[in-house]
Design a protein around this ligand. Structure first.
Ligand code: NAP
Length: 294
């Protein structure tokens, strides 16, 4: 069996087209969703993420308030900016690009964002609501994974799902979403990590594997059963002398070998990645609708 590729770019562009239509409808009622973006310092990777997010906003008609700040900004100044955005009715979502410089207390900054504008879904209030199965802003990467599974026709209910990784931004939230008593949940979930005794023992019985370890070749063909669905979250730089940059991007899964056994698989790049920004846009539009009483 050769797997069908789950095309994240295509799913993301379909969702962005849906959002663009929704934003145009909202504009007729003078509702313009707004995203406040904060970038501290000049880390090139963070700069390119932020630029991609701003462009994505522009493309679907979301107003973005861009704040590129010097690396020596103080905690107090940053808190004051967040407070201003929390009280600005034009801003429906606040995004603080991580990581922040060492002298800034990151958790204090994230806690200062109003849960009503926490479109990254990192605030403990939103995490608590998500765990309790209440309506909340869901963190973007795991929410994007649910969308990819659903829109590819994968049955989540009753599935054996093995997640590799237990980070706060991927592993833990996706595990929580998949065990919810909801149509996008009802799965039987195992979460693996570096202290898991025999990873292959778990992955071999999985109907769906979500790999979020951040290490290439964590999942090889001998570790999966025929027909498995693979969601590869990992983004790793692997040396490649045939490339101009000297490296290529690879996921956590041995894509070429595993695709011969899987029924569906996401590529890297072009799988989960494009969904993350899309879900940020989705949360910002949702926030604007809630603020407008819709
Ligand atoms: P992280 O915070 O480094 O967490 C990695 C997790 O994987 C940890 O829980 C670790 O276990 C576990 N792990 C590492 N090696 C393992 C192994 N050999 N066997 C079993 N478990 C192992 O990483 P993250 O932030 O969740 O990100 C994971 C990957 O996804 C990274 O490559 C990141 O770049 C990528 N990512 C992509 C997107 C996207 O939009 N495409 C978004 C977020 C992250 P311990 O807890 O025991 O250390």
């Amino acid at each position: 069996m050769t797997a069908q590729i789950i095309d994240g770019k295509q799913v993301a562009s379909q969702m962005r087209a849906e959002l663009k239509t929704e934003v145009a409808e909202l504009k007729k009622e003078n509702i313009v969703p707004g995203l406040g973006v904060i970038l501290v310092g000049e880390d090139p990777a963070s700069q390119s993420y932020v630029t991609a997010k701003e462009r994505a906003c522009e493309n679907i008609g979301i107003y973005s308030d861009d704040n590129r700040l010097s690396a020596d900004i103080t905690q107090k100044e940053l808190l004051a900016l967040i407070d201003k955005m929390n009280n600005d009715p034009k801003i429906n979502g606040i995004l603080v690009q991580l990581p922040l410089p060492d002298h800034i207390n990151e958790s204090e900054i994230l806690l200062a964002i109003s849960p009503e504008k926490d479109v990254d879904g990192f605030h403990p209030t939103n995490i608590g609501k998500m765990v309790a199965g209440q309506k909340a802003f869901l963190p973007c990467t795991p929410h994007g994974i649910i969308q990819l599974l659903q829109r590819s026709g994968v049955k989540i209910e009753g599935a054996e799902v093995v997640i590799v990784g237990r980070s706060n931004i991927v592993g833990k939230p996706i595990a929580n979403m998949l065990i919810q008593k909801a149509p996008t949940g009802n799965a039987t979930v195992t979460v693996c990590h570096t202290r898991t005794k025999n990873l292959a023992e778990h992955t071999k019985r999985a109907d769906i594997i979500i790999a979020a370890a951040g290490r290439p070749n964590t999942i090889t063909a001998d570790m999966v059963k025929d027909g498995v669905v693979i969601i590869d979250v990992g983004v790793n730089r692997v040396d490649d002398t045939t490339k101009k940059k000297g490296y290529r991007l690879a996921g956590d899964v041995d894509f070429e070998a595993v695709k011969e056994k899987a029924s569906l698989i996401t590529p890297v790049p072009g799988g989960v990645g494009p969904m993350t920004i899309t879900m940020l846009l989705y949360n910002t539009v949702e926030s604007a609708k809630i603020a407008a009483g819709k």
